[in-house]
Design a protein around this ligand. Structure first.
Ligand code: R5P
Length: 318
């Protein structure tokens, strides 16, 4: 086995993969990825992988089905080429929101995808800020869970925002928001959100004092933007001063970008777990990189050294 990890990228976020490779001081592995005329996908490793420690970087963001299938095909090709270890690195784990049955006859897609990764031949997965902690239990292979908190907290710490309140836009994000608030020496508030229908969010209540305060609304992802923008409007209506929106995964579906631009937010801070195309970038958007966190984790996994130093910096650890 090589003394360095071998990094290969799918087509979902090659910029992040290149940044990780550069931080690790290795070159990105050569792989041919293409789509046949009928839409079927193909992957072929163009260099030896036998016995090697492979890290396949692929967030399963939009187009989710193609990106997931491409990753599964890469894993299949790698194990058929006798790779030593195959770690699927999913900076964004798509299909995670369906993590439990809410109504009858519904799927649990997060478990389905975890099963598919194992069935394809992945030895391990590396994930960043899962939608919910219960998804950890869905993996029947080795799994490590990272958090983007160090880069986001560092960014806001440097801003030194006075009278700061970290706000979670729904109760599900309370633990994350509390961890950030503690690190930032900020207060905590909660927006009580209701979803009358899928992809629709309604603010019921704001728990906590936001009047005259600067607010940082933190969520795991911004999808259609409904949740976070409604929360921002509710805080404004209750007398909040400056409002910052922040998430780990910029899904930015539908007319999300327009909503964010029109929102009362002073700034929208996200990470690069999902690439934001130039057409979806706007002046008050700030993108921070998680490449350093992933590179550090890959080094630990490759050398079989403890991840705990890195995880100590991961604020969501209980
Ligand atoms: C929901 O539980 C998540 O944490 C996010 O709040 C949600 O995915 C955001 O969706 P949207 O932007 O469509 O309201």
């Amino acid at each position: 086995m090589n003394s360095f990890p071998r990094i290969f990228s799918g087509t979902a976020n090659p910029e992040l993969a290149a940044e990780i490779a550069s931080k690790l001081n290795v070159t990105l592995g050569k792989i041919e990825l293409k789509k046949f005329a009928d839409g079927e996908l193909y992957a072929n490793f163009l260099e030896k992988v036998r016995g090697e420690d492979l890290f396949l970087i692929q967030p399963t963001c939009f187009p989710q089905n193609d990106n997931l299938m491409e990753l599964l095909i890469m894993i299949d090709a790698a194990q058929r080429a006798s790779a030593g270890k195959i770690t699927a690195v999913l900076p964004y784990f798509g299909y995670a929101k369906q993590d439990r049955k809410v109504g009858d006859r519904e799927p649990i897609t997060a478990k389905l995808v975890a099963n598919l990764l194992k069935a394809a031949g992945a030895s391990r997965v590396l994930l960043v800020d899962l939608h919910s902690d219960q998804i950890q239990a869905f993996f029947e292979i080795q799994a490590d869970f990272l958090y983007a908190a160090p880069v986001l907290v560092e960014y806001f710490r440097k801003k030194n925002i006075p009278n700061l309140v970290v706000v979670t836009p729904d109760v599900g994000g309370l633990r994350r928001a509390r961890a950030y608030a503690e690190r930032l020496g900020a207060e905590l508030a909660v927006v009580d959100k209701r979803r009358p229908r899928q992809n629709e969010a309604e603010v019921m209540n704001v728990i906590g004092d936001v009047e005259g305060k600067n607010c940082l609304i933190l969520d795991d992802e911004i999808n259609t933007g409904g949740t976070i923008v409604n929360a921002a409007n509710a805080l404004k209506a209750r007398g909040a001063h400056d409002i910052y929106l922040c998430c780990i995964h910029p899904v930015f579906a539908g007319d999300c970008v327009r909503k964010l631009q029109d929102s009362p937010a002073k700034e929208v801070v996200v990470t690069n777990t999902i690439p934001v195309p130039s057409a979806k970038r706007f002046p008050k958007l700030k993108i921070l990189s998680v490449a350093g966190i992933l590179a550090e984790a890959i080094t630990s996994l490759h050398t079989n050294s403890s991840l705990s130093e890195l995880l100590k910096k991961q604020l969501n650890k209980p």
